[in-house]
Structures are given as C-alpha cells and as structure tokens.
Design a protein around this ligand. Structure first.
Ligand SMILES: Cc1cc2nc3c(=O)[nH]c(=O)nc-3n(C[C@H](O)[C@H](O)[C@H](O)COP(=O)(O)OP(=O)(O)OC[C@H]3O[C@@H](n4cnc5c(N)ncnc54)[C@H](O)[C@@H]3O)c2cc1C
Length: 307
C-alpha cells in the first residue's frame, strides 16, 4: 500500500491537462501531474495558432509554454513519466502505474490527447508546418485566395474541403476510391461547389517544394498515370486516432476508440475522467480541450464530495 492517496492524478500536459491542473490547483486539490514528454501536447507541433480567444497569432511553442507556465504556478506535484496502466479503476482507491512508480488516487483525469494519422508520402514530414497541415480549422485561414489540396474521402476530408473552399481560390480533393465515404448530402454539396474539384482514384506520391510546399506528384491509381499539380497547401485528412491505450479496455468508447464521457467528463467508470482530444466530441481544438480540463476538475470535485 502506498503511503499517500491523491485526490486526483492528471495524465497529460497538453491544453486539457494544463487547464485541469489550473483548476485543480485553484481548488487546492492534492493532485499529481504525470506527463511523458515535453509539456504542451500537440500544440508543440503547431507553427502558429490564431484561434485561441484573447491570444491572436501565437507560435505553437510559445503557446505551449504559456499553457504550461500558467499551470505550473499552482505548485502541483509533477513527474515526467509515462503512465502504463490504471489498476483497480472501479475501486474507491485507484492505482496509476507509470514507468517510474505506482500512485494511489481517488480519481484520475486522462488527458492523453490524440494523434493525426499521416499519409506516409515522400516529402510529407519535411513540409509539415511549411504547407502540409493536418487541421483545416486551425490553418485554413493562412491560405486565403490560395490553391490547396485536401487528401481523404471521409467526413473530415469533405468538411475540410468545403471549409477551405470558402477561403481559398481553388480546392482539390484527392480521393483514393471512386466514391466519397462522407454522408450523402455533404458529398453532393462538394460536387456542386464551383471552386472545388474532386480528383477520383488519386493518391499523392510526393509533396514537392523548396522552402515551402509548391505542389504534389499524383498517381491516378486505375490508369497508373502520374502528374504534377502546383499548389500552396496540402491538408491531410485521413483520420485521427485517440491516445487511448490507458482506457480502451476499461471504459466505454465509440467505434474509433474515443472515450465516451458525460457532461462532467466522467467515463463509464465513476471517478475516472477523460478530457480533451481523447474523448468523443465534435471539435478537437485547444479551446475545447482547455474547456474539458476545467469541466473535468468540476466533475472530480463533485465526485470527491459525494464519495
Ligand atoms: C499540426 C496541428 C496543428 C494544430 N493547430 C491548432 C490550432 O491552430 N488551433 C487549435 O485550437 N487547435 C489546433 N490543433 C489541435 C490541438 O492541438 C488539439 O486539439 C489539442 O492539443 C488537444 O489537447 P489535449 O490536451 O486533449 O491533447 P494533446 O495536446 O494531444 O496532449 C496530450 C498529452 O498527453 C501526453 N500523454 C499521452 N499519453 C500519455 C501517457 N501514457 N503518460 C503520460 N503522458 C501521456 C502526451 O505526451 C501529450 O503531452 C492542432 C493540432 C495539430 C496536430
């Protein structure tokens, strides 16, 4: 038996975890923060953020640092460790097992985030942040009157293509198959949008550029014909996966593995909370992750009061 039982353990120092830590600190909870890497989460991979209210046009690194510095002001105990599993999740005292120790706690807030799937095309990694993006809502504003390509055929790709068509001069949508997987009515809208061209049976072989993206090399996968297309931005929309290893066999998730929560961010196991990109939600952004972290601590306090 460990000597100490925390009120809560917050896993992850992205926007959701940082916000949860601010609220936990201000509520004077006895909390431990565990993060396996540098604080900031996906914000570290963002060149510029222009949609967080009150902080226009902030570099990703700087914003990640701001989030962390603010959350560190409350002096919560923290360790740089990777959480491996949660044991006794349904018990009043739960165990969080990391690569550095075993910690006992009455509640857990999992803010482990998500990761965008990559295409794997040549040049994709090289030009990420320099014309290759995984988030149209985040970066679309930088492509006003420019030409962009969206890659994918599902709901996100179609939504991204429609969103960008209102900003860009022209948008191409590269679809690997001959149909869109997106819902019918939205797919019809794409076909009717004047400045949007669907490239059927098309895959991206290479992202081309010098300092920034200048184009792509494509292959028509039926005819095997290769071609080049000049453009300014490439939006990869081939899916996002939750970082759900800690929860996927414990709590209720949707088909894609995103964690189901109630309005207090509580999962199907009382006392286990999920916040940010890891959970089922409509919009995965910094502002919604931060909001989830705040709500999760409200849920934690409610749970602690009742139990
Ligand atoms: C390229 C890119 C650009 C983006 N641009 C914008 C933008 O402009 N505006 C916007 O609002 N949003 C943007 N987003 C989305 C935004 O970054 C995410 O919605 C947000 O970061 C989610 O926050 P989170 O705290 O839920 O998760 P994350 O940011 O993913 O953080 C999760 C943290 O948990 C840690 N972790 C995971 N598993 C463990 C474990 N087992 N043990 C310990 N630690 C663990 C990770 O190391 C990470 O630090 C962008 C995303 C990307 C990838």
């Amino acid at each position: 038996m460990a000597e100490h039982v925390y009120d809560t353990i917050i896993i992850g120092n992205g926007p959701a975890g940082c916000s949860a830590s601010i609220y936990a600190g201000r509520a004077q909870l006895d909390a431990l923060r565990l993060e396996m890497g540098f604080p900031g989460g996906q914000v570290l991979n963002t060149s510029e953020v222009d949609n967080y209210p009150g902080i226009p046009m902030r570099g990703g690194m700087e914003l990640a640092n701001d989030l962390y510095e603010h959350s560190a002001r409350y002096g919560l105990e923290e360790k740089m460790e990777q959480v491996l599993r949660i044991e006794d999740a349904d018990q009043p005292v739960k165990k969080v097992v990391s690569d550095g120790g075993v910690y006992e706690t009455r509640t857990v807030v999992v803010a482990a985030g998500a990761h965008h799937r990559v295409l794997g095309a040549k040049g994709e990694a090289k030009y990420t942040g320099r014309g290759v993006s995984y988030c149209a809502t985040c970066d679309g504003g930088f492509y006003k009157d420019k030409v962009c390509l969206v890659i994918g055929g599902g709901d996100t790709a179609v939504a991204d293509a429609l969103y960008l068509s209102k900003i860009c001069r022209h948008v191409y949508l590269a679809v690997r198959r001959g149909v869109l997987r997106a819902a019918g009515i939205v797919a019809e809208k794409v076909k009717e949008t004047e400045n949007l061209t669907i490239l059927w049976h098309t895959e991206v072989l290479e992202v081309l550029g010098d300092k920034k993206v200048t184009g792509v090399r494509l292959i028509q996968n039926e005819t095997k014909e290769e071609s080049e297309l000049s453009l300014d931005g490439v939006f990869v929309a081939v899916g996002i996966s939750p970082t759900n290893e800690l929860l996927k066999d414990l709590v209720k998730t949707d088909e894609a593995g995103f964690v189901c929560t109630d309005d207090y961010m509580e999962t199907s196991i009382p006392g286990i909370f999920a916040a940010g990109d890891v959970r089922v939600k409509v919009l995965r952004q910094i502002v919604t992750a931060a909001a989830d972290g705040a709500v999760a601590i409200t849920g934690v306090q409610r749970y602690l009061d009742k139990n």
